[in-house]
Every structure is written in structure tokens, then in C-alpha cells.
Design a protein around this ligand. Sequence first.
Ligand SMILES: Nc1ncnc2c1ncn2[C@@H]1O[C@H](COP(=O)(O)OP(=O)(O)OP(=O)(O)O)[C@@H](O)[C@H]1O
Ligand SMILES: [Mg+2]
Length: 323
Amino acid sequence: MDRNNLLHEKFSDVLIEIPFAGDFFESQGLDVPQGSVAEFVNSLSEAKMEDLGIDPDEFLDNFVSFVEAVGSLTEKTSRIDSLKIIGGINKSGEQENFELEIKAGEVICIVGPTGSGKSRLLADIEWMAMGDTPTKRHIKINGSDPDKSWRFSPEHKPVAQLSQNMNFVMDLSAKEFVMIHAESRFIRDSQEKVDLIIQKANELAGEQFTADTPVTSLSGGQSRALMIADTAFLSKSPIVLIDEIENAGIDRKKALELLVGEEKIVLMSTHDPILALMGDKRLVIKNGGVHDIITTSDKERGNLVGLQELDQKLQDLRNRIRS
Ligand SMILES: Nc1ncnc2c1ncn2[C@@H]1O[C@H](COP(=O)(O)OP(=O)(O)OP(=O)(O)O)[C@@H](O)[C@H]1O
Ligand SMILES: [Mg+2]
């Protein structure tokens, strides 16, 4: 909708196409226009305009800017078909000599000893590295350099990240926290989404928490579970970065199933052989560099079944000891 339509079409028609346009008036304590926005502004008394502290032209400009700004936030992030990592240097300054193209729908696992550089690789992707990180790696999106706005403005970043260490600093209930996130993303059925997220988070976590539990009293595992469910249901980001979900004591398989989507590119660092074999490929990191790229073989996938049975036994044992 262009400026002319925005200002001169009947506002009820504008609202059909742009449901959030009414928020502009509501937030200033004004009634929603009956006719067009331009007519509405002309009908406001001089005293009212003085109250608002702006002149009619400014008011119209502000309305158009509001619609444009919010519109760009709610737009679906542009499609990402591929992400390419171009090697840089390891901790000793030696060339990595690799290029890896990851296609939408693929899950790539990152394995390697503690301190080898798994989180660093995820950070390179999150930062859309262009030779300007300690590893000197480059990231290409759909074959080209990443858009500037993706690199520098968080609201445009096509990346959702579940980091290894997290702390809540806000004094909100779980429900309020998720609701603020849903509203900031202009999710229409936000109440339903909030209920769903808290339910799903509880399915991942051990001890249950309620919608009214303050986020600051959630345990480490419960916090991760809440953030996983939140990312799964509120984020449209086509790239998902996960830094170790296994230590949180949550249901890892369920968590991964929630996060993986047909259209998504998922990179996950992990020390867990089961998660590592669930990926399509694994990147082996050593001394800060990519040491090997291994495609999960059919034999490994076959072994996965046996591993999962073993793991289930251990989990049952763990639960028996816990209770
Ligand atoms: N190629 C590199 N050049 C320089 N520094 C690097 C490189 N790769 C990793 N590092 C640095 O090494 C340190 C350890 O890396 P990182 O935190 O990524 O390890 P990790 O594999 O995630 O370990 P953990 O399993 O304990 O989480 C970090 O300070 C990181 O910035
Ligand atoms: Mg790490």
C-alpha cells in the first residue's frame, strides 16, 4: 500500500490489509478513524493538535513511517536457500582449506574437544563473518556476501541462537516474558502461542513450572527448555544455531525435533554422540580449525538405533536414582 492509499483510503479497508495500523492511534489515546486518515487529521481541532504537539503534516508523516517501520519488522525474512562457510585459520594461524555449502533443511553437527572452537564457529555464523573475526572465516548467504542490515541490526538478523550460557535479567513471569516476545514480533494469536510454548517447554523439562513462575527462578534446564520452545514457535529465522542442548537435562531428541524445520538450516555444537549422528554431516573441530567434514553414513544411522536404546536405559536409570 503506498502513501496515497494509506492516507486516503477508508481506514477500515486499510486495517484489513494492515491490522496493526490501528495501534498508531490507540497508542496516542485517539479514536480509530471512521473515514480516511487524512480526513481524520483534518477533523482534529487545533487544541487537540496542540495537545499532541505536532502539526497535521507531521502527524501524517509519522503515521506513514510507523506503518513502514512495523511492516519491515513483520515481513518474513527473505528466503535463505544456502549458507556457505569458507575456511579461515586455526588457532596456530594455519589455513583451514575448506568450503562447506549447507542447504535449507540440513542439520549440521559440530563436534570436537572442549575449547576446540565449536562455539566460535557458531559465533562466526551469527556475526556473518567476513574475514573480520579471529578465525578469518567468511560466510556467504545464497552465494553472496551477507546483507549489511543482517550483520548490524538484530531485528533483521536471519539467525536464531540458543547459546551455551544464558541468564535472565528481567523480573517477569514465564508468561509475561514470552508474551513480550510474541508482541514484539506482532504475532496475532499471541495468547495461544504463549500457552503452547509453556506447555511444550514443560514437555522438555523435568520438574514442571507454571506460567506464573518468575523467569529468574527457573533452573538452567527449565530456562533452556523455555528458550527452545520460544525459538521453535516464535522465530521465523531460517538459520538456527544451537550450542549444546545436552547438558541441560532436557529431552534432547524432542528438543531437536521442535527446532528442525524443512526450510531451516540448523547448526548444532554437541558432545553427545546421539545428537551428532542425528545430523546430516558433522564438522570435526580441532585447535580452532575445521579438521574434517564427515557425512553421516547409513551404517552410523543404523547404529543410532542401538545407541538410542542404550541411552534410554541410562536415562531410565538416571530417573530411578533421581526419584
Ligand atoms: N581459529 C581460531 N583462532 C583464534 N581463536 C580461536 C579460534 N577458534 C577458537 N578460538 C578461541 O578459542 C576459545 C575456545 O573456543 P570455543 O569457546 O569455541 O570452544 P568450544 O569448542 O565451544 O568448547 P566447549 O566444548 O567447552 O564449549 C575461544 O576463546 C575462541 O574464541
Ligand atoms: Mg562451546
